[in-house]
Design a protein around this ligand. Structure first.
Ligand code: ATP
Ligand code: ZN
Length: 294
């Protein structure tokens, strides 16, 4: 058995680019070209298995891959529909490919809210998640399982409503549909099985997860530098979002001023800068942070 960590990724689609991007930011060097199923990472003992997103949970569960990156929606659907317990679960949330699984119907039809669903038909490619919602809410409706183009179901008369993925809502709108209920919020997740890994693979996974953590943390983080009157230091440091223990240094030849530097782990808005300025801060710089490790 090879001691290269194998990661299942979507080959092409809405998860693919951001997944590749994340791994590149973690320092993995690879190139995805041609139709190959496997891409080798050049500078680390890692292989990328490039597949359809729907196959990722079962590949991880069945040991075709050690870990995978997939939409939570696909993972949960697979967990709910697979015969025996699926040996794949979330190890880390990744914050991209955010979307929602929503119930939607035509503005002019008889279904306008969940209260109208009893005795109707719902078209979906997510029978597992939809059935769970119906059972939790004691609704009796018929599921019409489709493989795609679910948004057409009401207009061709095979269902009164649909349960489908929504991000901007443009597809729904183009088909005269409006979402009336969100049944699952989803983002990309890193998944793994409960199987234990060889020491080598466990090490490399540990390293990778630490790097991913660093990439995710540095995304919103900024480094703030400013000069402030000594008398306002407490108020100013209070205003810095998500920073602990800022560095405070004297300024040469300026007894009443200090320099403050801090890492802010939350978004720094213009309003924050205006607030800092109002407290007497000057020469405010907000710098991006490329990498973080704590
Ligand atoms: P495949 O060919 O791999 O089966 P697919 O057509 O099933 O791909 P995509 O449309 O590429 O799937 O979507 C993959 C995942 O991206 C979805 O399961 C969901 O988690 C997420 N996703 C869906 N729509 C969006 C969107 N508009 N923006 C961002 N992420 C989305
Ligand atoms: Zn798919």
């Amino acid at each position: 058995m090879s001691d290269r960590l194998r990661i299942a990724l979507q080959k092409k689609g809405r998860l693919a680019e951001d997944s590749f991007d994340l791994l590149k930011k973690c320092g993995l060097r690879f190139s995805i070209r041609g139709g190959g199923l496997l891409a080798r990472v050049k500078n680390m003992p890692i292989d990328l298995l490039l597949v359809r997103d729907d196959d990722i949970p079962s590949f991880v569960a069945n040991n075709a891959a050690d870990i995978g990156i997939v939409g939570e929606n696909v993972l949960v659907e697979e967990q709910l529909t697979v015969q025996s317990k699926l040996d794949a679960d979330i190890a880390m949330r990744l914050g991209f490919s955010r979307c929602k699984l929503c119930l939607a119907a035509s503005d002019t039809g008889k279904v306008q809210s969940s209260a109208d669903l009893n005795g109707t038909r719902i078209a979906t490619t997510y029978p597992g998640v939809t059935a769970r919602y119906l059972s939790e809410n004691h609704i009796k409706a018929t599921l019409v399982e489709m493989k795609g183009a679910v948004e057409l179901a009401p207009s061709i008369g095979i269902a009164e409503s649909i349960c489908d993925l929504v991000s901007s809502g443009a597809t729904l709108e183009a088909n005269g549909l409006t979402a009336f209920e969100t049944i699952l919020e989803s983002e990309a997740v890193l998944i793994r099985s409960e199987r234990s890994l060889s020491a080598e693979k466990a090490d490399i996974l540990d390293k990778l997860m630490n790097r991913i953590d660093g990439v995710l943390k540095s995304k919103d983080s900024k480094y703030i530098m400013l000069n402030a009157p000594k008398s306002a230091v407490a108020k100013i440091t209070n205003l810095l979002p998500g920073s602990d223990a800022p560095t405070i240094m004297p300024l040469a030849g300026q007894d009443d001023l200090v320099a403050i530097q801090a890492v802010c782990t939350e978004t720094v808005f213009w309003e924050t800068l205006e607030g800092l300025k109002a407290l007497g801060a000057r020469a405010i710089l907000v710098l991006p942070i490329e990498k973080m490790m704590s």
